[in-house]
Each structure stands twice: as C-alpha cells, then as structure tokens.
Write a protein that binds this ligand. Structure first.
Ligand SMILES: CC(C)(COP(=O)(O)OP(=O)(O)OC[C@H]1O[C@@H](n2cnc3c(N)ncnc32)[C@H](O)[C@@H]1OP(=O)(O)O)[C@@H](O)C(=O)NCCC(=O)NCCS
Length: 325
C-alpha cells in the first residue's frame, strides 16, 4: 500500500538516482517516450539507446529520480558543459502523467544549476506539444530556436586528410587536447567546456571524439556516439556536439569530421587493435580503456548548430525546439 499524504495522495519522493534504480529508470524512460510518440509497443521503444545509464555514469550526483513507495516513477539527468547546463531525458511513467512528478523533478534540477553557477541553461523539447512548452515555461524557460535534426546515409569519400581521434592522443598529450577543446569552446560561448562529455565517451567507450587540426591548433572537434547502447542507437552515429573555430573555417572543418564519421559507418563490427595505431594510439585520454567500438552501420545523425555546417544531402529527421532560460 502506497504511503499517502493526509489528503490521500501517494507521496512522491525525489532523490538522487542510485545504481540499483538504473534498470527501472531506463524502462520508465522507454515507456514514457514510446507512449508519447505512439509506438506500437512502448515497452520495447528505444531499447537500443542508452541515455540514463551513460549520463548517470558521467555524474551520478546529478541524476534525479522520483519514487513512490520505493518504485521509480520518473527521472531526470542533469548535465553541465562548463557554464552551459541542460537536462534530460526527463521522463515520467505514463500512469503518473499530469500529477506534478516532472515539476517535482525540475525543482532540484534548477537548484543544481544554481549550485554550479550555470550561466546558461536550456534543453530540446517537442515543438508540437503545448504541454512540454507549458511545463518548461512554468520554470522560466522560453521557446527559442526550432532546430532541425538531420540524418544522412554513409557513402564514399576522399579520406586523404582524415582527422585524428581523441583516443589516439597519448595520456600526456590528452590534457593538452582537452585544453585546446576548451579554448575552442570558450571562443564559441564563454565558459562552454566539453571535458565531461569527452571523458564520458572515452571512459564508457560510447564512441569517439574526432579532432580536426589546423596546423598544431585544434580547428574543430566532434563528440560522437556510435552504435547500440549509446545515444546513437543500433546502426547509427550521433554527433552529440560539434564545434569549430570561427567563420568560414567552421564550414570547411565540418567536412573532414563528417567524412571520418561516415567512414566509421562503413566499417561494421569491432575495430581491430592495430587500427588504433593507424591513428597514432599511444594510450588514450586519462581513464580511456582500449577496446571495441560499438557496432555501426550507415547512418549519421546530427543537429547542425549552424546552417553553414550542414553537409550535403542530409535529410530532415525531426525538429526539436530549443527552450532556454
Ligand atoms: C513531459 C513529461 C515529463 C511531463 O511529466 P508530468 O509529470 O506529466 O508533468 P507535470 O504534471 O509535472 O506538469 C505538467 C505541466 O505541463 C503544463 N501543461 C500540461 N498541459 C498543458 C497544456 N495543454 N498547455 C500548456 N501547458 C500544459 C502545465 O504547466 C502543467 O503543470 P501544472 O499542472 O502545474 O500547471 C511526461 O509527460 C513524459 O514523460 N513524457 C514523455 C517523455 C518526454 O516527452 N519527456 C520530455 C522530453 S523534453
């Protein structure tokens, strides 16, 4: 029998999500999105994606869950990329919708941003849903940009100037690369810092961070998830973040990044050990374990930050609304 308030309402407890909650929180996430998006079997929706576990592992102290009588009914994963914060997936079990659970999760979410002194916060949501927009507006977010999430198949390309991979950088140099990434992202937005994401991808073997050099300076980089059990899903490559130096170079630098990603897509199965040496492997970033790449095949998904960065022949997969505070 559920704990209940004096008015007979079940008591919703919001607390930090712990490892033993992960399986239940993942099931709630799949069922919530599956139900909202009208999947025929919501319990089997997005089972090839890993959002909850990988984001929890990136920072367990920034993962929140809502629990009723010991049962997970919702969760939210909070992220800071330096001065820029976002959260999600925020999900609630469908039988608990419209009972204030997401709102309860958002209160400590915003408190985390305050604790971290996060200067700029936002997230992507569904533009067609008044409920989603209304929920975030209630917490001070405003609709800003409609963002196209693009997809394109992998095809042949000239790989003569293949970019480097973060995993190929020796541990001594790894911190130098992180510093260069930081310099690059600070130029895009004051305090923007992808270190947490680059480390998560390396330590959890979620994909790769692709580096494009402009002489001895970093011209661009992309943090990518590859294949099943990542944010890309089976057969996909998801460009979670891409950033380049200013102006026209930004457009040019996207191409080698994209080609490198597409090449991943053309190589199903594990990458042979020697393959890392081909890119000059000398130990990886601190904490990076050598090993497999997840399965991949021809599909690449990306949300271009700028019109100039859209590679040719990409097609619209869906639209997301960026809401910001
Ligand atoms: C979106 C989701 C997390 C909301 O969870 P929830 O627990 O039902 O949300 P709450 O009950 O806390 O808040 C609902 C709020 O939505 C807003 N809302 C609901 N219907 C609305 C409408 N028709 N127009 C405008 N605002 C509306 C209100 O602000 C309402 O809060 P209020 O009742 O205090 O006024 C949940 O529906 C879900 O898991 N959906 C599937 C996954 C998903 O889409 N996640 C979000 C991805 S960005």
């Amino acid at each position: 029998m559920a704990n209940s308030s004096p008015r007979g309402e079940p008591v919703v407890e919001v607390r930090v999500l712990v490892e033993s909650d992960l399986a239940a929180a993942t099931r709630v996430m799949q069922r919530a999105f599956g139900t909202f998006l009208g999947a025929p079997d919501p319990d089997r929706f997005m089972t090839d994606r890993n959002y909850v576990r990988s984001r929890w592992r990136a920072d367990p102290s920034a993962a929140l869950t809502a629990v009723v009588d010991g049962k997970v009914v919702g969760s939210n994963l909070v992220t800071a990329w330096g001065s820029v914060g976002f959260f999600g997936p925020l999900t609630v079990a469908p039988e608990w919708w419209n009972r204030g659970v997401a709102s309860r999760l958002l209160e400590p979410t915003l408190a985390l941003f305050t604790d971290w002194n996060t200067a700029h916060t936002g997230l992507y949501t569904f533009p067609h849903s008044p409920k989603h927009v209304g929920l975030y507006q209630k917490f001070g977010f405003s609709p800003r940009f409609l963002t196209a999430v693009m997809t394109r198949p992998v095809d042949g390309h000239d790989d003569a100037r293949a970019p480097d991979l973060a995993a190929s950088v020796g541990s001594d140099e790894g911190s130098g690369v992180l510093q260069q990434c930081r310099t690059l992202t600070h130029a895009i937005h004051d305090g923007l810092d992808l270190e947490r994401e680059i480390r998560a991808v390396a330590t959890q073997q979620l994909g790769e961070t692709v580096l494009v050099w402009d002489g001895d300076r970093l011209g661009a980089f992309a943090v990518c998830h590859l294949g099943a059990d990542t944010e890309a899903g089976a057969g996909g490559c998801y460009v979670k973040f891409w950033g380049g130096t200013a102006g026209a170079r930004r457009e040019r630098s996207f191409r080698p990044v994209a080609w490198r990603l597409y090449r991943f897509g053309q190589e199903p199965g594990s990458v042979p050990r020697g393959r890392r040496r081909q890119f000059g492997a000398r130990g990886g970033l601190p904490g990076d374990a050598p090993g497999r790449f997840p399965h991949r095949d021809p599909r690449c998904l990306y949300a271009p930050a700028e019109r100039a960065s859209v590679p040719p022949a990409g097609s619209l997969r869906h639209r997301r609304l960026a809401v910001m505070r």
